[in-house]
Design a protein around this ligand. Structure first.
Ligand code: SAH
Length: 335
């Protein structure tokens, strides 16, 4: 999809064409200009030529038991990114979008990190991922739509803040997809500049922090970026965010066998999480190489220790694990 020339083409057209075209692309999710029968034929042909709508994507048709689907989208310059549609039982659809091609953070446990960093995505390329799934849902079932967006795919959104927030605002616009900001979540490895900027936005996007360790030494072993942003600094920034916004913040904690899942780790985490608006989300680790995932029983015990210490805690259902579409398994590579 390339709409770079759209506004210049529409400039010589009557004003109402903008609204027609916007509705067609961002609300009716057309995949060909020929579908927009209220546009003159000559204009349709020009748009077909100069503003291609096609999104080059390969679907992972191996649908998992949770009906999550993954797509590999090829961008104009040939780079590829992955995006996931997470289909919940209540017919809610969550789209997980990538914000970068690859990721510069190189976390030890994450497949995207192993792939390296290629470049930032533009806001258009972020939005395009949502449009892809909106078209998919429309083709499949007329009354389902994209309900939630999580900026939790490949990359670190806060190292591409301007394009991330531009995409979020675009998706939120009532004239386009009209997705409520409270239905959007962004996850960061703890880039404090981004947390500060988000606190200053008028939009109420949910914030999640990838914690994964309750002390800096272990965190540095797992996440090289922890050498730049220590826990004290991250939590201080999060507390300021909470003071400013009054919103809850989620702390993601991967459960990795014999790495960060002991009773002692749980107690250490409980100490850090003593803020009423903090909520811990324990994530069963999806194995991508070196590490093993904690057992169900271990996760339950860990959860219990946190609960007994008065910490709000949930366990994430790992949606896409059986199609390697789950968190930390996105590579942007063809099979
Ligand atoms: N860079 C951002 C956005 C990525 S979000 C961040 O770090 O938050 C993806 C989430 O999945 C992060 O919490 C990440 O730590 C987690 N993750 C990475 N590898 C994983 C794996 N193998 N299994 C489960 N979760 C993983």
């Amino acid at each position: 999809m390339n709409l770079a020339k759209l506004s210049s083409i529409l400039q010589t057209e009557p004003k109402y064409r903008f609204a027609q075209v916007n509705k067609a692309i961002w609300q009716d999710f057309i995949s060909s200009w020929q579908e927009v029968s209220n546009l003159p034929k000559a204009l349709r042909e020009k748009l077909e030529e100069e503003c291609p709508l096609e999104i080059r994507a390969e679907l992972d048709i191996n649908k998992g038991k949770n009906k999550s689907v993954k797509a590999l989208i090829t961008l104009i310059d040939g780079e590829a990114i992955e995006t996931v549609l997470i289909r919940q039982k209540d017919k809610r659809n969550t789209v997980c979008v990538s914000s970068q091609v690859g990721c510069p953070l190189a976390c030890e446990f994450c497949a995207t990190g192993k792939f390296g960093f290629r470049r930032n995505l533009s806001s258009e390329e972020i939005v395009e991922q949502v449009v892809f799934w909106a078209r998919y849902l429309k083709a499949e079932n007329k009354d389902e739509k994209v309900d939630n967006i999580v900026f939790m795919g490949m990359g670190e959104p806060f190292l591409n803040y301007a394009e991330f927030i531009k995409a979020a605002k675009f998706l939120n616009n009532p004239e386009t997809l009209n997705i409520g900001s409270r239905r959007m979540s962004v996850s960061t490895a703890g880039i404090t500049e981004g947390i500060k900027r988000l606190a200053g936005e008028k939009m109420q996007i949910n914030l999640a922090i990838s914690l994964h360790a309750a002390n800096d030494n272990l965190r540095k072993d797992l996440m090289p970026i922890a050498k730049k942003y220590n826990l004290h600094e991250i939590l201080k920034t999060v507390d300021n965010y909470i003071t400013k916004t009054g919103r809850r913040v989620m702390f993601e904690y991967l459960m990795i066998k014999e790495v960060n899942d002991s009773d002692r780790d749980a107690l250490e985490l409980a100490k850090l999480m003593r803020q009423p608006l903090y909520i811990v989300n324990l994530i069963p680790y999806n194995e991508t190489g070196r590490f093993k995932s904690s057992s169900r029983e271990r996760i339950e015990k860990f959860k219990k220790i946190l609960e007994e210490a008065g910490v709000a805690v949930t366990v994430r259902l790992s949606f896409g694990a059986d199609i390697t579409a789950a968190c930390g398994q996105l590579r942007g590579r063809k099979k």
